[in-house]
Write a protein that binds this ligand. Structure first.
Ligand SMILES: Cc1ncc(COP(=O)(O)O)c(C=O)c1O
Length: 407
């Protein structure tokens, strides 16, 4: 118990919240831009953005106003009816992709991907094609379908038997080509793998996957839940890899699209966009007026404040700074989806966990929040409106910790 005799936030969690996350012992109470404050009023530079979600940072007035105005007008009506914000947002996302197609709105990344698995099966049904090929190191969500598609053993352990119809293969063209067979319905990839350690696929690889899928009459899906919607300094993550021409048949989004308000979506291009007809798919909350008003405000603000350019510039600034730091082996990614891979970080007394986890904990102590990814990599995911001086400050903290000055 804390001094006030009220249980602390950590105590309430320990007693009442299922411990699916090994949470950092930091209870956050408010935020502004790239900054957050904890219960003790300590301030941190937030380079997590709630894991690539808070596109506009914390408490952006445009998002506040959109939510307040829409909440006072109409929050939810279900998909039995039309609502204007959903229709307008769908049109804008369609224009963003730039190819004729249609959109389905849902609530999360895993749910958006579930829609893609169903689309693949619908497309392949009658031809015996139901299998989805995805890549080792990928992450596609925590549903049963999501963990089957995810190419990481740790998310699958304890949840067998694995769902039928999913195949994980090494991220090489010959491995994907070898895996494609009579039962294949689709290939699904993250153009830049996020959770797996920020690993961009090459433009040539994406183009070759497009050609392979065309050759076999199967669908190509991009999971842009993490790398989409401006995070890379481009609206579409596959543009950031240098292959804007490698157009997929469907794309999933979530995270940054609502700027912090839960929203997921998938887009399907013509002629596959009517495969999921009435009664084949649904979700109660998806595309509510409130969620779509939030996403429209995020869209507007990215355009008005030229945040794609800012993401590219600040990303280049951070990558250049991190690339010169001690212990750094490699900096990967695009825009403000950056992975900094560290060679080693000798443990201090009592420290446990991977290099990425130990580094993250030291950075938190020093006032910088980052996200571990894989064993040796931390992700820098500041909001798209982060400033040059905030990036300088973050780089200084990171450099200090890597040089063992600020521990
Ligand atoms: C690429 C990718 N796909 C899917 C997901 C799952 O999204 P959600 O947690 O919203 O279900 C994530 C989450 O980290 C992700 O990074």
């Amino acid at each position: 118990m804390s001094e006030s005799l009220q249980p602390s936030t950590a105590e309430l969690y320990a007693r009442h919240v299922i411990a699916t996350y090994a949470r950092f012992p930091l209870s956050l109470v408010r935020g502004e831009g790239a900054w957050v404050w904890d219960e003790e009023d300590r301030v941190y530079l937030d380079f997590t953005s709630g894991i690539a979600v808070n596109t506009l940072g914390h408490s952006h007035p445009a998002l506040q106003n959109a939510l307040a105005t829409q909440a006072a007008t109409l929050i939810h009506v279900s998909n039995l009816f039309l609502n204007r914000p959903q229709a307008e947002l769908a049109a804008r996302i369609g224009a963003m992709v730039g190819t004729p197609g249609k959109i389905f709105f849902c609530n999360s990344g895993a749910e958006a991907n579930e829609g893609l698995y169903k689309l693949a099966r619908k497309h392949g049904s009658g031809r015996g094609r139901h299998e989805i090929i995805s890549l080792d190191g990928s992450f596609h969500g925590r549903t049963l379908g999501g963990i089957a598609a995810t190419g990481q053993l740790k998310v699958k352990l304890g949840f067998g038997p694995p769902l039928d119809g999913f195949l994980n293969v090494p991220a090489r063209l010959e491995c994907v080509a070898q895996a494609v067979g009579a039962r294949t319905a689709a290939v699904m990839v993250e153009p830049i793998q996020g959770e797996g350690g920020v690993r961009p696929l090459s433009a040539d690889f994406l183009r070759a996957l497009r050609a392979l899928c065309d050759e076999h009459g199967i669908l190509l899906f991009y999971d842009e839940v993490q790398c989409g919607f401006g995070r890379t300094g481009h609206w579409c993550g596959w543009h950031a890899t240098g292959a804007p021409d490698a157009l997929p048949d469907a794309v999933s989004w979530a995270k940054g699209i609502g700027g912090g308000f839960p929203l997921g979506a998938f887009w399907v291009r013509e002629p596959f966009d009517d495969l999921l007809g009435p009664g084949t798919h649904g979700t109660t909350y998806g595309g509510s007026p409130l969620a779509c008003a939030a996403a429209k405000a995020v869209f507007d603000t990215i355009e008005k404040e030229d945040l794609l350019a800012n993401a590219r510039e600040r990303g280049a600034q951070l990558a250049a700074a991190a690339g010169k730091m001690p212990r750094v082996r490699e900096v990967r990614g695009a825009g403000l989806l950056l992975g900094v891979e560290v060679q080693d970080l000798p443990p201090l007394e009592g420290e446990e966990g991977t290099v990425a986890l130990r580094l993250t904990k030291r950075l938190i102590k020093a006032g910088l929040l980052v996200v571990p990814a894989g064993e040796q990599t931390i992700r820098l995911l500041p909001p798209l409106n982060v400033t040059a001086s905030e990036c300088e400050e973050a780089a200084e903290i990171l450099h200090g910790v890597l040089a063992d000055r600020r521990v």
